[in-house]
Design a protein around this ligand. Structure first.
Ligand code: CU
Length: 165
């Protein structure tokens, strides 16, 4: 009986460590933004061009990289964003890098509130989609997560039976 129990514990350890090591496939993406006054001619569309092909999903993280004291990040309404009306800011983040979790779907409007920075193109809007809008990823990773979770108690039961009988 001792041998079976030893083997069972070994199996348990191996399974537990492999579960712990399994990468979390639904982990949020980090989008790094070099938060500057764009130097390009088309400065007002610099950031929208930069992220034109980027998908922002729920719970992704935006990382605004800048030196504290040289820029900041404020959130604006759609209209105030359009007009660079940065005095109407809703939230202000002043310590770089600023990390913002996109914890709701829909549009976000960011700008720098330093004088003229927004009108010189330091503004970014992102449209956050629900993660389920990428069908290739979400359902399969959820399924594998569930099956791994279900395997564990089942294994414990088998081990218990082995030890008892
Ligand atoms: Cu700025």
């Amino acid at each position: 009986m001792a041998n079976i129990a030893d083997i069972a514990i070994l199996v348990l350890l191996v399974v537990a460590s492999s579960l712990a090591a399994t990468p979390h496939t639904t982990e949020a993406a980090k989008h790094v933004v070099q938060w500057i006054i764009p130097a390009s001619q088309n400065s007002s569309s610099f950031y929208s061009n930069l992220f034109a092909n980027t998908k922002f999903n729920l719970n992704d993280i935006l990382v605004f990289n800048y030196t504290t004291g040289f820029h900041n990040v404020v959130t604006l309404s759609k209209d105030d964003f359009k007009d660079c009306n940065v005095k109407k800011k809703m939230e202000t983040f002043e310590t770089g890098p600023t990390m913002i979790e996109l914890n709701r779907t829909g549009e976000y409007y960011f700008a720098c509130a330093f004088p003229f920075h927004c009108s010189l193109g330091q503004k970014l809007s992102v449209n956050v989609m629900a993660s389920s809008s990428s069908p290739a990823m979400a359902p399969s990773s959820t399924a594998s997560h569930l099956s791994a979770a279900a395997t564990f108690p089942a294994l414990l039961m088998v081990i218990a039976i082995n030890i008892l009988f």
